[in-house]
Design a protein around this ligand. Structure first.
Ligand SMILES: Cc1ncc(C[n+]2csc(CCOP(=O)(O)OP(=O)(O)O)c2C)c(N)n1
Ligand SMILES: [Mg+2]
Length: 606
């Protein structure tokens, strides 16, 4: 009742905040919350197959809605609850709102220990739900019904706050859920949460103008905040008149169309050569809506100008102060609008702009080369990415989370629309993809969603295909099978560990080691058994035909294709993964000395 009356409003547009409830019932939630949901069919309940993927569905929905909507995710007590901990961490790290409602053990205690109760000899005020504390932006346990009167407004404040948002956990003990209380009517009235667009400090803004005017080689890092705030239009205006080049993080990709001459594309570890060259020599980095993860900063090696300074535009004070920056704490759109007005007479040198446009165009030519079909089998991952990219329309969405695909997509995907590139690369959770396809499609029914997933990710969590079939939600999954982990395998090789433990192979019973014989996993049969429409492709031509056929389908479709484990796209920047200082393996010793060299480029920004 309370949840369905919560609305948000931004820029005069009002919408309900919750799209319904996702979950799996158990004894810890079926009587109390379950009863409430069954009595309110207009607050729709969706049964999922794993509580973690409920959270992924909610996150993907929230991401596509620019954080202006989400779901409540419910679970029973115990394992159902802890299944959501990974999802909660994922939501919080990605700064996406999700309401987590796990059932909890009896508050009354007289029947403890109850089924699935974690007992502690040190405190009776502990349950497994305490695991949500570090991964939640707000956490509460309701031991008496009237505590909800104080708690629910806090829940909504945090969920709808652009700076505070993330997972919010409200633990509901089994017995308390079923109790009666005479709540004030006002608690259930329609409430509209107004999403503010805070302006930056005027003094800081003028300081930013002075820094910019003194800069010869500024560069912008566009993060997810640009898209969430709807700042892509003003960003384009701002760079077109100043000539400042733009690089994009995973969450920020799509801030400018890929073919804008000032868009250098992907930033950081999985960045383009152009983005890395310009960022490395930049004397002023303007981070907009970015968290500066190690993938963006190339583990603090991306910025090599001796006097580099930072200006950060960010709604979250915590982020705007990163890298020792001049903090413009505020909404990206209004900050850029105000900055734009104050730098009307500023432009970068023509030579700098020429270099940017050259690098931008040059990278696009490189992309065409990676996309070029060679005819050799199995196909390369880049050929698959290129084929899917060429097939999709400008408003279609590519969705991915972990493996070697995120890096390739970051570098290669030609994004046109700000919502066309959906990467969960804050937590890089294997298994996000198939579930997230549901959330993305629910948020944007008028867009085609293309989930691209590796075999490892698919095997970790493919069960929400059943939920997609149940709900009649259609999206397309392109499953790239390279029989193991190209990503972690490649990483293992680069740190000298020779791809140990990264291939799906049989064990040799005699030697105890892994053989070269591949496991007989039939992905097509697997997907078919869950109810998906399945098409098996093996080369680029059959993939094209499969994509055309998939588009015509009304139910979720899985296209399987085998890809080459070893044919990857090169990297153009360094990522710190600590290499063992002592090892008997000579390849590790060699990797360690290279590692020590690379670390010398790391810098502090104070
Ligand atoms: C839950 C989880 N466990 C482990 C990892 C570490 N990890 C990142 S990518 C990856 C392998 C992914 O395999 P696959 O989907 O086949 O993609 P590929 O590397 O072959 O491109 C692993 C194990 C992770 N990101 N998430
Ligand atoms: Mg794989």
């Amino acid at each position: 009742m309370f949840l369905k009356n919560q609305y948000v409003e931004r820029d005069g547009i009002e919408s309900p905040f919750f799209a319904g409830c996702l979950g799996i019932f158990g004894h810890g939630i079926v009587a109390g919350v379950g009863q409430g949901l069954s009595q309110n069919p207009d607050f729709r309940y969706y049964m999922t197959r794993n509580e973690q993927s409920s959270v992924h569905i909610a996150m993907a929905y929230a991401k596509m809605k620019n954080r202006l909507g989400t779901f409540a995710c419910i679970s029973s007590i115990g394992p159902g609850a802890t299944n959501m901990v990974t999802g909660a961490a994922c939501a919080t790290i990605n700064r996406l709102p999700v309401l987590i409602i796990p059932g909890d053990i009896f508050a009354r205690r007289n029947v403890s220990p109850v089924l699935q109760q974690l007992e502690s000899g040190a405190s009776q005020d502990i349950s497994v739900n305490d695991c949500f504390k570090p991964v939640s932006k707000y956490w509460d346990r309701i031991n008496r019904p009237e505590q909800l009167i104080a708690s629910l407004p806090e829940v909504m404040r945090v969920l709808t706050s652009p700076s505070e948002t993330g997972a919010v956990t409200l633990s509901l003990p089994q017995d308390v859920q079923a109790e009666a209380f005479d709540f004030p009517d006002a608690l259930f009235r329609k409430r509209v949460w107004k999403i503010p667009r805070p302006r930056p400090d005027i003094g800081h803004l003028h300081e930013a103008v002075s820094l910019l005017k003194a800069s010869a080689r500024p560069v912008i890092i566009a993060g997810g905040g640009v898209i969430y705030s709807g700042a892509t239009g003003i960003l384009q205006k701002f760079v077109e008149h100043t000539g400042i080049p733009v690089t994009e993080t995973f969450a920020g990709k799509g801030s400018l169309p890929y073919n804008h001459p000032l868009n250098l594309g992907a930033a950081g570890v999985t960045g383009t050569p152009g983005a890395n060259e310009i960022t490395s020599g930049s004397d002023l980095v303007i981070g907009i809506g970015t968290r500066y993860s190690d993938f963006t900063t190339a583990s603090k090696t991306a910025f090599q100008h001796p006097d580099v300074k930072f200006i950060n535009i960010n709604i979250t004070d915590f982020d705007s102060h990163k890298q020792g920056a001049l903090a413009l704490t505020g909404d990206a759109r209004v900050c850029l609008e105000e900055l734009n007005e104050l730098v009307k007479d500023y432009q970068v040198a023509a030579e700098y702009k020429t270099r940017t446009t050259y690098l931008s165009k040059d990278w696009d030519e490189q992309v065409s080369k990676f996309y070029k079909v060679t005819g050799s089998l199995p196909v390369s991952q880049a050929e698959v990415v290129g084929t899917v990219n060429a097939f999709t329309g400008p408003r279609d969405v590519v969705l991915c989370a972990a493996g070697s695909l995120p890096g390739d997509l970051h570098k290669l995907w030609r994004t046109v629309d700000p919502k066309g590139f959906h990467l969960e690369y804050g937590y890089s959770t294997m298994g996000y993809e198939c579930a997230a396809g549901i959330g993305a499609k629910m948020a944007c029914p008028d867009r085609e969603i293309y989930v691209m997933v590796g075999d490892g990710n698919y095997l970790m969590m493919n069960n929400e295909i059943v939920t997609a079939i149940q709900e009649g939600i259609k999206f397309t999954i392109v499953l790239l099978n390279n029989n193991g982990f190209a990503s972690i395998g490649g990483l293992s090789q680069s740190i000298g560990s020779q791809r140990f433990g990264t291939k799906y192979r049989y064990r040799d019973k005699k030697t105890g080691s892994m053989t070269d014989e591949m496991l007989p996993v039939d992905f097509a049969q697997n997907a078919r058994s869950l109810g998906a429409y399945v098409i098996e492709a093996y080369d680029v031509e059959s993939l094209k035909a499969a994509l055309a056929e998939a588009k015509k389908q009304t139910r979720t479709t899985v296209i399987t294709i085998e890809t080459d484990l070893y044919k990857g796209v090169p990297g153009y920047a360094w990522w710190e993964v600590a290499v063992a200082a002592v090892s008997d393996i000579d390849t590790v010793q060699k990797a360690y000395s290279e590692y020590v060299e690379k670390k010398k480029k790391q810098r502090y920004f104070l």
